[in-house]
Design a protein around this ligand. Structure first.
Ligand code: F0G
Length: 456
């Protein structure tokens, strides 16, 4: 059969409140044209993020009722630990309330002034947590990863030669760990190949640098390896996942993505000394090491989520549905980052709206218009997010994108058909879109709360 159907039935539904363009004009005006400031019931299709927005299965909801809420030594922790260890066999598994909490603790232990941490591309919270310790975050993705039009199958790969040159220049003693982000969210949700993971590991091993994986979307990455990399077609997903982590010394994980839950994460590693320092910090800010910022029921939901996320029928549907959105937009001439990523499609707003200069935020203008026209909420990833420099000046970011991130198991094909239709219509009247200006912004992380108006 050609059609890949959603491999689930829907037993519990959440109504979507229908709105008109006229109503949405009022809502977005009241939100100062910032999509983060909208009330979510005024959004028809919410593609702001795939993080924490998954639908849980009946089995997960069932497991929630069995959560044991003991302060210490809860059986829910041991079920969580064993489910994580089946896929990521590290000695120490430390639960946290989400990914950035794991990052904060890891970098408090290993980073600090004078240190450098390379990655394919650091996600913003990872970079911010590294920089907060005084260390520097360095992105060394392959050049194809910076070219939106390149159809390279593994655009998330690390540029291994640049990594070697970087280590030689900085000195391995100043690099406490090296990282790889799977999939590369900030680079378009693009995967990293097994070959690249192996090569990065062998370079790290040569210099005695531990390799940590930001594992948020590990299952999507494993599926891309299965379908795109030679030699993996007949391997099952759990075995590909285990091979990936066999090359790593630790992970940071946000279970809000490929943990299929609404909250949770963990830090895992083989180094006992670092782990014991991490657990001490964990107690200060998250909680006792057998719950770490989560309820017992959350740990149960993750344990089941990890079984469901590596099911091939699920991943086939997941990757096909993202690709369906990407390919239809591409065929209609909407410029997007190619090929389709695992969790999101990124529209190239700068290419789509050449009449709006980067300093008038084409990504913001497009994101606002997608909301006005179709009630769709995406996220600007461009000059609004990255343009403000540390010295207070403002520069255009490398690209102006709008990310449409697809929550897991939430929307059906007709929702996605609606999104495609709306974007194609916006593309037809794109010449009418206007640039925007910021009328108020906070001292940092301005994309979350800035106020905007149209340039006249
Ligand atoms: N690493 C990556 C690659 C991420 O995409 C995220 C979150 C994190 C770490 C942090 O995890 O949110 O649980 O603290 N990404 C979300 C997004 C917010 O929308 O892409 P967290």
């Amino acid at each position: 059969m050609k059609t890949i159907i959603e491999p689930f039935r829907i037993k519990s539904v959440e109504p979507i409140e229908m709105t008109t363009r006229h109503q949405r004009e009022r809502y977005i005006h009241a939100a100062h044209y910032n999509l983060f400031s909208l009330e979510s019931q005024h959004v028809l299709i919410d593609l702001l993020t795939d993080s924490g927005t998954s639908s849980m299965s009946a089995r997960q909801w069932g497991a929630i009722m069995t959560g044991d809420e003991s302060y210490a030594g809860s059986p829910s922790f041991f079920r969580f630990e064993s489910a994580v260890r089946k896929l990521m066999p590290f000695k120490n598994i430390i639960p946290t309330h989400q990914g950035r909490a794991a990052e904060k603790i890891l970098f408090s232990v290993v980073a600090g002034k004078g240190k450098y941490i390379p990655n394919n591309t650091h996600f913003d919270t990872t970079r911010a947590n590294i920089e907060f310790t005084g260390a520097q975050a360095v992105d060394l993705v392959v050049s194809e990863g910076l070219n939106p039009a390149s159809e390279h199958p593994f655009k998330g790969n690390m540029d291994v030669q640049r990594l070697i040159d970087f280590i030689n220049e900085i000195g391995e003693d100043n690099i406490p760990i090296c990282m790889l982000t799977l999939t590369n969210n900030s680079g378009g949700g693009q995967p990293v190949s097994m070959d690249n993971i192996r090569e990065v590991k062998s370079v790290c091993e040569h210099y005695g640098i531990p390799l940590f994986i930001d594992a948020c979307r590990f299952a999507e990455n494993a599926y891309f390896i299965k379908i795109r990399e030679k030699g993996f077609q007949n391997r099952d997903i759990p075995s590909i996942v285990r091979e990936i982590f066999s090359y790593a010394d630790g992970v940071t994980m946000s279970a809000k993505k490929d943990g299929l839950v609404n909250i949770g994460g963990w830090l895992a590693m083989n180094n006992d000394l670092w782990a014991s320092q991490a657990r001490t910090l964990l107690i200060l800010t998250e909680g006792f090491p057998t719950y770490g910022g989560l309820a017992g029921r959350d740990l149960e939901a993750i344990a089941v989520g990890l079984e469901e996320i590596v099911q091939e029928d699920y991943l086939r549907y997941r990757i096909a549905s993202t690709q369906y959105l990407g390919d239809h937009l591409f065929e209609a001439g909407v410029p997007t980052v190619r090929p389709a990523g695992g969790h999101a499609i990124y529209i190239d707003a700068r290419a789509m709206l050449p009449h709006i200069p980067p300093m008038q935020y084409p990504g913001q203008s497009l994101a606002v218009e997608l909301y006005l026209h179709g009630g769709i909420r995406g996220c600007e990833i461009g000059t609004v997010m990255f343009g403000r420099q540390a010295d207070g000046t403002e520069l255009p970011s490398r690209m102006d994108l709008v990310r449409l991130a697809i929550p897991r198991r939430v929307y059906t094909q007709s929702h996605i058909d609606y999104v495609i239709e709306a974007i194609i219509e916006v593309n037809e009247h794109k010449h009418n879109l206007q640039g925007m200006k910021i009328t108020w912004e906070p001292p940092s992380l301005r994309h979350f709360t800035s106020h905007f108006e149209y340039c006249l």
